[in-house]
Design a protein around this ligand. Structure first.
Ligand code: UD1
Length: 362
């Protein structure tokens, strides 16, 4: 059975890497499962893509659609026409998509229209916030998905409420956590550690890239100001996503404790996440990683599609008003942040369960 594995943007790569590893293990054991790795090229910078392939031992893609940047519609259209040609040349039995980025939705639609079975890793999660392109991607993808590989009981409930038959929902856990747990013993101390003499649990890590936080330059500056002033002398390490970078005049950021740096490799970023005092973010995936590492997490969003990181984990939604940062950082500094637990099946063995299910439908 041939499976297309689709990856396009940074948060896809750590989700797909352990699935590839699990398929290869089956192949070594004599299975006829095979895969074709399709990179859409939605992310293309070395720091957003290539470095992740190297660090996570992901093989060179069999196909790279090279779509690059563009508006939501442009990217979607380019991915669909590109992937359709690939399917015309050779059709797999299954198209496996992960997460909620534009590549996820575009390839799922194209595969389904070509008569290919679609399976969605991380299916069923919902933020309820239609302003986020990811929410549209999730709902559209799930409306044509044949099997849902889910990360949480909330995802299962969402799908059941939408009338998805029970047998289509496969509660497997979280492949992002497979990558996290599988790489903990090979983390890499980044250069910034010695450069600014960082110490364990004595610095704050921050990532921001959501349009709602970064596309308004004034608001973005306000967030940075609140964080840096409330953190007093604690260093704030801020790896900057290209989208955020475009909105910032770095020379104008005059805070002694702010260290704005290039996007980081996976092994370096997780090294910092594991050792920081807290992470301030608007990413979804990072809230899952922080939960498993037991690191206090402040999310600058009004909603989340991952409620388990709040109900069970270390994450808290602060909303998008930068004023919420000061009291939250005070609570953190006073040692009053909640301790969390680890959600069910986030055990590092999710990809094995996915491959087992794929074999059962082969
Ligand atoms: C995408 C995902 C988002 C995910 C994020 C992680 C969608 C709708 N959004 O958002 O869910 O959390 O990736 O990074 O799919 N750029 C570069 N180099 C790159 C990639 C992007 O310079 O390698 C710049 C481009 O100018 C581009 C902008 O960053 O216009 C945004 O990239 P895009 O892929 O459109 O969305 P992200 O904001 O990265």
């Amino acid at each position: 059975m041939l499976i297309d594995l689709v990856a396009g943007a940074r948060p896809n790569f750590m989700k797909i890497a352990p699935i590839i590893k699990a398929i290869k293990k089956e192949q070594d054991a004599g299975s006829r499962l095979s895969f074709r790795l399709v990179h859409t090229g939605q992310h293309y910078d070395k720091k957003m893509s290539g470095d992740f392939f190297e660090q996570l031992n992901i093989p060179t893609p069999d196909v790279n659609l090279g779509v690059g940047s563009g508006s939501q519609a442009e990217q979607t259209a380019k991915i669909m026409t590109g992937y359709e040609k690939v399917l015309d040349e050779k059709k797999p039995e299954v198209c496996l998509v992960v997460g909620d980025v534009t590549s996820t939705m575009a390839c799922a639609i194209t595969a389904k229209k070509s008569g290919v079975l679609v399976v969605h890793v991380e299916g069923g999660i919902r933020s309820g916030d239609w302003r986020m392109p990811e929410e549209v991607n999730r709902v559209v993808t799930d409306s044509i998905t044949d099997y849902f590989y889910t990360t949480s009981k909330y995802a299962n409930e969402n799908l059941k409420n939408q009338g998805v038959p029970r047998e289509k929902i496969v509660y497997v856990g979280n492949t992002m956590i497979d990558s996290l747990l599988g790489n903990l013993d090979r983390l890499v101390q980044p250069g910034i550690w010695n450069k600014v003499s960082l110490e364990e649990r004595k610095f704050i890590l921050m990532t921001l890239h959501r349009p709602s936080n970064v596309d308004d330059g004034k608001n973005l500056l306000e967030i940075i100001r609140e964080v840096c002033s409330s953190a007093s002398n604690v260093p704030v390490i801020f790896p900057i996503h290209p989208r955020t970078r475009k909105m910032l005049d770095l020379d104008a950021l005059k805070y002694n404790n702010l260290h704005a740096i290039e996007p980081m490799g996976y092994l370096e970023f997780i090294f910092l996440l594991k050792n920081c005092m807290a992470i301030i973010t608007d990413s979804g995936g990072i809230t899952e990683e922080a939960t498993v590492l037991g690191v206090p997490c402040m999310t600058l969003r009004d909603s989340t599609e991952r409620p388990e990181t709040i109900e069970e984990g270390t994450n808290e939604l602060l909303g998008t008003d930068p004023k919420a940062l000061k009291p939250a950082l005070e609570r953190l500094m006073n040692g009053n942040w909640k301790k969390g637990g680890i959600p069910y099946l986030w055990d590092g063995k999710t990809s094995g369960r996915i491959v087992e299910h794929l074999l059962s439908i082969a």
